[in-house]
Design a protein around this ligand. Sequence first.
Ligand SMILES: NC(=O)C1=CN([C@@H]2O[C@H](COP(=O)(O)OP(=O)(O)OC[C@H]3O[C@@H](n4cnc5c(N)ncnc54)[C@H](OP(=O)(O)O)[C@@H]3O)[C@@H](O)[C@H]2O)C=CC1
Ligand SMILES: O=C1OC[C@@H](O)[C@H](O)[C@H]1O
Length: 391
Amino acid sequence: MSSPYTVRWGILATGWIAETFTKDLLTSPASRDVHDVRHEVVAVSSSSSKERAAEFIKKVDAPSSAKAYGSYHELVADPDVDIIYVATPHSHHFQNAMLALDAGKNVLCEKSLTVTAAQTRKLIETARSKNLFFMEAVWTRYFPLSIKVRELITSGAIGNVYRTIADLSVGRDAPEGKIDFPDENRMVNADLAGGALLDLGIYALTWVFQSLYHTQPEAEKEAPNVIAAVNKYHTGADETTSIILQFPKHKSHGIALTSLRVASEPDNKDTAGASIRIQGGLGEIQVVGPAYRPRQLRVITKESDGKAEVIDFAIPKDKERDWGHGMFWEADEAARCLRDGQKESKTLPWSESIVIMEVMDETLKQGGVTYPELISTDVFDPQSPLNTGKR
Ligand SMILES: NC(=O)C1=CN([C@@H]2O[C@H](COP(=O)(O)OP(=O)(O)OC[C@H]3O[C@@H](n4cnc5c(N)ncnc54)[C@H](OP(=O)(O)O)[C@@H]3O)[C@@H](O)[C@H]2O)C=CC1
Ligand SMILES: O=C1OC[C@@H](O)[C@H](O)[C@H]1O
């Protein structure tokens, strides 16, 4: 067997998801039965300080050879880095991903990809013109469970899919009309593009898009009409957002729900019912577990007389590192694209990221949610405080 293709990663930012993702990169691919690609963490940057980047390297137990940088500019200039993982708040994604692309680096950028669809289009134009790989890090799409769902749909297991209802809500209601996040927290802070839609609604939309758009034949691809209801929090960010997406030619409806107040899984178990229901003429696929990290499918068809076929999907762990979160599958996809010279992932093509961002734009517009110019401009500025960290 030929040796695995190795990708050298640079990590941009040192927060919660950067840590989770990097620990996944460091797991052995064999622990998930992957043998064709592997990952190396060669550099980490923090806009706070070089020391913070060095601490991060120790904390995640990356090789001591990994370089620690105290600025994002130094990271993107490192010739040993093949691809940058952007793990800043969504407010920063456009400027940080542009910084990396502008420096000639491939990019995997956290969700939500940007604050506006215009920013997404600009990033994609830049990646295309510079012949670089660029992908939105919606990790859930690369789960074996998601692959199975798409196969079930395209094989006709539940007939034509007419409706998908998907919810990701996190139940952080607090007394006196408050939400249980400090106003400065990125979940509700408008300066950091906070709000339920961009942070969580993207997953509800991911299930609507996987089941009603991605699986449409290429020649019949149809963007949806959007009707949205949005409640705003006192910070200006959205707290509860409900969207109806209508695909008229396909006669299908998607209902994407998200809220910081109520919970899609109030018991954190499976008894509250599936938070995603994909409904076809011949049956239904239920996706159980949080929309970002689901763990079980229930397939109920007319043929099975209403009896559910239950399929469990465990997230494999590297026993030596005692770790495995499920973000490694998207990293494997990025590695395979780099190996094969593909600039975009077939599982989440650029065109689909644009349509999803357009739906989010339209939803925010209908709800009267606006974000500051600094984070919503689509003019790249290498010296933006979002790139220099001068807060
Ligand atoms: N795929 C997934 O499952 C998840 C994805 N996410 C996404 O990842 C992104 C980051 O989220 P998360 O890791 O939870 O956020 P954190 O607040 O934990 O980390 C964000 C990091 O970004 C850097 N940063 C730069 N400027 C700022 C600023 N003004 N305020 C705060 N941080 C700043 C900091 O790193 P430094 O100081 O080192 O530069 C900080 O540690 C978000 O876009 C979110 O949607 C989040 C959670 C789960
Ligand atoms: O992407 C995410 O998934 C998990 C959530 O807890 C988190 O807020 C969100 O950013």
